[in-house]
Design a protein around this ligand. Structure first.
Ligand SMILES: [Zn+2]
Length: 83
């Protein structure tokens, strides 16, 4: 099912694209989207920023540390410091 509109999903959106596409696949950082939502959201900055931050936070909670995230993904999407 599409995670935005609940239509039957036929595409997968890797949350981190480009050179991190394979990391997205490796860690299962993939959103099910229908074709319409995929086309309208894949270049949507607000949508992508939201998921980049959300997923980094969850990833850090699951795999340990911000340092590891930055080492693997090469980027820090969270601008505030961890408490
Ligand atoms: Zn949809």
């Amino acid at each position: 099912m599409c995670c935005l509109c609940s239509k039957w999903s036929i595409t997968k959106h890797e949350i981190f694209g480009g050179r991190n596409r394979s990391n997205s696949i490796k860690y299962g950082l993939i959103l099910p989207l229908c074709l319409n939502c995929h086309i309208s959201h894949q270049n949507d900055k607000v949508f992508n920023d939201y998921y980049h931050r959300l997923v980094q936070e969850l990833w850090e909670r699951t795999y340990g540390s911000r340092e590891n995230f930055i080492k693997i993904f090469g980027k820090n999407y969270l601008t505030y410091n961890k408490k």
